[in-house]
Design a protein around this ligand. Structure first.
Ligand code: ATP
Length: 287
């Protein structure tokens, strides 16, 4: 067994996001297609004889037990009964509070990394179940690729990988609280819902135009009210050549889908004059 391991922890975007109704447990019944992109944090783990240490190069992320990565390590040691510890260092590149699952992907990387570091033998289902105890997006971050998520986000069906999907991501200079966005969701205000089945079928047949036609995010109704820049960014993306522009998750990050790299690069440069956090990404490919 080695004593260190480093993992790439990719961000996700929601190609569709629909809310089917309230659940008895107070959460919302979700239906969303999630997709990993190659904007990544790097998570370094080093075995310790005991204790959990967390550090990060970002001032925006807690460097203590409030970090989701810390909680993932606690759950791992509790669930496996392994006596050990870990030093976790997170190189943060994914914008924080952005709707890109930055914290969840770090936590997912810790579960996967500890499983390797301690040769714990948890299969992917065990790892996903462990992750679900900490946060709804973590099982997807463990599974990876492109997947349909239902329930609170933890019931996952892998989909045909949306390969080489070229996107520009842009985040306004503030964050939103996922919890608050869901709390303020009012289905009476929704006028456009995604065609989830249509997007799934279009992705399977490689029909990008068809997939784009069905993409919507019902949480835009909430975030657009408090963050007019989301609408502005969507408009900028389409004006600059995106074939589709949508908010990811609870926002405020907007992604634009582009067909040509030169067009995406030009759009990225222009948006970057007004916003600091702008990235060109494609689909995350493991290895
Ligand atoms: P999601 O898309 O899953 O709703 P998000 O991208 O909107 O998540 P995160 O970047 O995960 O939001 O951060 C949300 C909050 O979690 C922040 O307030 C942050 O301080 C806290 N947090 C805890 N651990 C981490 C981590 N490892 N990386 C980022 N944020 C973290």
């Amino acid at each position: 067994m080695g004593t260190t391991v480093s993992l790439l922890a990719p961000a996700k975007v929601n190609l569709t996001l629909d809310i089917k109704g309230p659940r008895p447990d107070g959460y919302h019944e979700l239906e969303t297609i999630m997709h990993q992109v190659n904007l990544v944090d790097t998570v370094h783990l080093r075995r310790l004889t005991d204790g959990i240490e967390v550090s990060t190069d970002s001032p925006l992320v807690p460097g203590d037990s409030d970090n989701l990565a810390y909680r993932a390590a606690v759950e791992f040691f509790q669930a496996t009964g392994i006596a050990g510890g870990v030093d976790i260092h997170i190189e943060k590149h994914i914008p924080v509070g952005a709707g890109l699952a930055g914290g969840s992907t770090d936590a997912a990387a810790v579960i996967k990394g500890l499983n390797r570091l301690y040769a714990a033998g948890l299969d992917i289902k065990d790892q996903m179940a462990l992750g679900a105890r900490i946060g709804s997006d973590i099982p997807f971050c463990i599974l990876g690729g492109t997947a349909l998520a239902r329930g609170r986000g933890e019931i996952l069906t892998p989909l045909s990988p949306a390969r080489n999907l070229l996107m520009v991501l842009a985040k306004p200079g503030y964050s939103v609280s996922t919890r608050e966005v869901y709390a303020r969701y009012d289905q009476g205000k929704v006028t456009r819902r995604p065609d989830t089945g249509g997007v799934e079928a279009a992705l399977a047949s490689g029909n990008l135009a068809g997939a784009c036609a069905g993409m919507e995010n019902v949480l835009e109704t909430v975030t657009l009210e408090c963050c007019p820049e989301v609408a502005l960014l969507k408009q900028m993306m389409t004006d600059l050549g995106a074939v589709k522009a949508l908010m990811s998750g609870s926002g405020p990050t907007v992604f634009g889908i582009f067909l040509q790299r030169e067009v995406a690069e030009a759009a990225c440069a222009i948006i970057n004059r007004y916003y600091e956090e702008v990235f060109i990404v494609t689909s995350f490919e493991r290895g």
